[in-house]
Design a protein around this ligand. Structure first.
Ligand code: GAF
Length: 384
């Protein structure tokens, strides 16, 4: 994949070079990290992601021939489709674009044709929601081009529908809600059952802290099948317990006693304790006690490693090394089986801790990881 500029001006020039016209506008939608609340979204539970500065940029203009033409500058490829091509199960990066057109049409919106040119600096395959960012950027552009009045939450739901029913990935709502609803300087406390959203101030610098994001670059070979398996186990557990979703388990001990299968018991324990950790984390942030997130991050990681069993050795090594080299707390973030960790580190320590993890990876024979400091950034928006 080519590295391309994340600059709106450069994108406008590229749009002009390819279509011989000016775009009607430029839109952006970010990737995300999840601070805490993993695999809770499809259990009707709680999550707390924040938006990254890394984002998909999309320049767009209407066209009147009922055709959508989309160019990815990252892949240096153009794909074109018409209404008859909008068949669920389409593959490739363009499925995330076509899926959004499909979801809008299914919801009764008549979407006019468009030229779309995009660029993204959200790392792909790293668990940072590059696909949700793409969906939400397409939605933002097409909603404005067609004068659709669609509220943020509804946009997130339409983007999720594209992912679930068109692309075929059985994900929850977290990633699209994060890309659409997050605001600068805040984490998003989101209740996936009621869709209530609260912007919780998350100012790490005032606490003398930073968030390190480290991409382990581990290929997540198992992510699709294992994600679906975790989701199926949770649904099976809810059925056995006679509740609508694991969110409704209020007495963990008695629920565990009623479940004979040790694997299902572990899955339930993760979801129920993780929901409780999100609620504790929200309290901690509301009171501005950011350092007190650390034990919650650590406990979340242990739960994902031992109960939900979605971590892999490089991810565990990254978390352990982060802690032993000065992080207050650390956890894997995202769907699992590879991808990224986040670590809460003293301000100014991002390079030191990232370097220590890189050395531990070299010693273990793993490829080099990539790290950066994350700042809670804006959700999807029109830039021009
Ligand atoms: C992936 C999914 F897309 C989300 O819906 C969520 O389930 C997450 O994994 C795990 O918390 O990002």
């Amino acid at each position: 994949m080519r590295r391309v500029s994340n600059d709106a001006g450069a994108l406008v020039e590229a749009f002009h070079a390819r279509t011989d016209q000016q775009p009607a506008g430029v839109w952006a939608a970010p990737g995300r990290v999840n601070l805490i609340g993993e695999h809770t979204d499809y259990n009707d539970g709680y999550v707390m992601p924040f938006a990254l500065a890394q984002r998909v940029l999309m320049a767009a203009a209407p066209r009147d021939d009922g055709t959508w033409s989309v160019t990815s500058l990252n892949n240096d490829s153009t794909e074109t489709f018409r209404a008859a091509d909008l068949q669920p199960g389409m593959t490739g990066w363009q499925a995330y674009v076509a899926g959004v057109v499909w979801a809008l049409e299914e919801a009764g919106y008549r979407v006019g044709g468009a030229d779309l040119v995009l660029t993204s600096d959200v790392p792909e395959g790293a668990g940072l929601s590059s696909s949700a960012a793409l969906e939400c950027a397409v939605l933002a552009a097409l909603a404005d081009l067609n004068d659709f009045d669609i509220a943020g939450l509804e946009r997130a739901k339409l983007a999720r529908r594209a992912e679930n029913a068109f692309v075929g990935a059985p994900t929850g709502l977290m990633d699209q809600a994060a890309s659409t609803l997050c605001t600068t300087g805040h984490a998003l406390f989101f209740d996936c059952r009621t869709a209530e959203a609260e912007q919780v101030r998350f100012d790490t610098s005032s606490a003398g802290l930073e968030i390190l994001v480290l991409d382990t670059k581990t290929p997540h070979a198992l992510v699709d099948s294992e994600y679906a398996a975790r989701r199926a186990s949770c649904e099976e557990a809810a059925r056995l317990l006679g509740v609508a979703a694991l969110r409704d388990v209020t007495d963990l001990d008695s629920a565990l006693q009623r479940l004979p299968d040790p694997v299902i018991r572990r899955r339930v324990r993760h979801v129920v304790t993780e929901n409780a950790r999100v609620l504790q984390a929200v309290d901690v942030l509301r009171q501005g006690r950011i350092a007190d997130l650390a034990p919650l991050l650590d406990a979340s990681h242990a739960s994902m490693r031992d109960d939900f069993e979605i971590t892999v050795p490089p991810v565990d090594l990254a978390v352990e090394t982060a802690r032993s080299s000065g992080a207050l707390g650390a956890r894997m973030t995202g769907g699992g089986f590879g991808g990224c960790i986040i670590a809460l580190v003293p301000a100014g320590d991002v390079e030191r801790v990232g370097g220590a993890i890189a050395r531990s990876f070299a010693d273990a024979g793993y490829g080099p990881p990539v790290h950066f400091a994350a700042l809670p950034s804006a959700g999807a928006q029109r830039l021009k």
